[in-house]
Design a protein around this ligand. Structure first.
Ligand code: HPA
Length: 273
């Protein structure tokens, strides 16, 4: 059923948008919405007008799909996403990614807001994701496998595409700012982590922690799409400073990180899309 629902949603979009379909898409995380404003010639599809599409409930997530141009290159921009902590069934966390695939997208850029476990990566910084830890235990591939999407067992040894990530670093070098690298750990949320959890995650090798992205990576790799990811660091993780964590801080520093992220995605689209 999901396969048919995905195809029906993609067919609906193709009826409304008859231009050439971009091969690259990006999913924008909390506080990064402004970036979608820089998509040129955008055709806009609110998620709630797309058949079968799950709709986000969090402030900071607009819930729209834009098909347009970035640096003259065709891109699809997902402004907002749904999260496991919103209580969506796991399979729904794959829906947007699967629709992008059904539209012909081959390269997916995942972005998120994250807390940093590294002193060097301060709020406002960007981190390229080299690998992840699925601490949330959430997995959209659970259930009966539909071979039309992909195989039962998905290899994730090289899930985060090295070539695309090198390209991101090249773009950041040219733009003149530091792009950190590291392991993203997904926690389910919706609470932020405890200081004890953060100390444990650091021992496991995590560099940043957030509440999204991994389900989309898993869905995309199942489908054989190429994926790279960028965390925008919005805060030091719990217990690293004397301060408590707030969603408004996430939004504030997300907006600061978005300035460089927008430049980075524009340059990346110019090279890769
Ligand atoms: N933890 C989890 N998710 C987050 C954080 C954090 O510290 N910051 C932004 N999203």
């Amino acid at each position: 059923m999901t396969y048919e629902a995905v195809q029906a949603c993609a067919a609906h979009i193709k009826e409304q948008y008859t231009g050439p379909m971009p091969k690259m898409a990006m999913i924008l995380g909390s506080g990064l919405n402004s970036l979608a404003d820089s998509v040129d010639d955008a055709s806009v599809f609110p998620f709630n007008e797309l058949p079968g599409f799950p709709t986000p409930t969090v402030s900071g997530h607009a819930g729209r799909m834009l098909i347009g141009k970035l640096d003259g290159k065709g891109v699809i921009c997902m402004q907002g996403r749904v999260h496991a902590y919103e209580g969506q069934p796991e399979e729904k966390l794959a829906f947007a990614t699967r629709v992008l695939w059904a539209l012909g997208v081959e390269i997916l850029v995942l972005t998120n807001a994250a807390g940093s476990l590294d002193e060097e990566a301060a709020p406002g910084a960007l981190m390229a994701i080299t690998d992840h830890i699925n601490f949330a235990g959430v997995n959209p591939l659970v259930g009966v496998n539909d071979e039309r999407f992909g195989p039962r067992f998905t290899d994730v040894t090289t899930a985060w595409d090295k070539e695309l990530t090198d390209e991101l670093h090249g773009c950041a070098d040219t733009l003149g700012f530091k792009l950190h690298s590291g392991v993203y750990l997904m926690a389910k949320g919706p609470n932020f982590e405890t200081p004890a959890e953060i100390r444990a995650f650091r021992m496991w090798g995590a560099n940043a922690v957030g509440m999204s992205t991994v389900p989309e990576l898993l869905a995309a790799r199942h489908l054989g799409m190429r994926v790279c990811g960028i965390s925008s660091i919005t805060n030091y993780a719990a217990g690293m400073t004397g301060d408590e964590l707030t969603h408004s801080e996430t939004m504030e520093y997300g907006a600061i990180a978005a300035v460089n992220l927008e430049k980075l995605l524009r340059a990346f689209a110019g090279k890769v899309a």
